[in-house]
Design a protein around this ligand. Sequence first.
Ligand code: ZN
Length: 150
Amino acid sequence: MASELRDLYQEVILDHYKRPRNFRAMENADRTAVGYNPLCGDRITLYLRMAGQVIQDATFQGQGCAICTASTSMMTDAVKGRTTGEADALFQEFHHLVTTPPDVDVEAPSLGKLEAFSGVREFPARVKCASLAWHTLRAALHGDKQATTE
Ligand code: ZN
């Protein structure tokens, strides 16, 4: 557990878990989607306000583990002000980061502090906790009401 804590719960992740950003429901959201990770029990609802193709605001509610909550908090911060195309590109980069074997270096030039989640590669069950927010984002952007990690 000690090494899992060290690798997984980096300071930035702990900070977003303890004080999740954008953690509120949004009235009159343009897009919403529910994400569910049955493996862990993480369940989130994502709300987006759009201005054309630009994500103006992103908020969420729900119950998740530390990794899921921190990931959703950081994802909502990261996509605000981005176009749907840019958000899709971030999704791809994040997905690549967390699904590449831990002994392989990954270039993630656009991720910034989201790179803190590279530690989940050591813990395959946690990859779904980290990526649930992004699957839910994609569902919301592309008109699906639900996303699961399966
Ligand atoms: Zn989880």
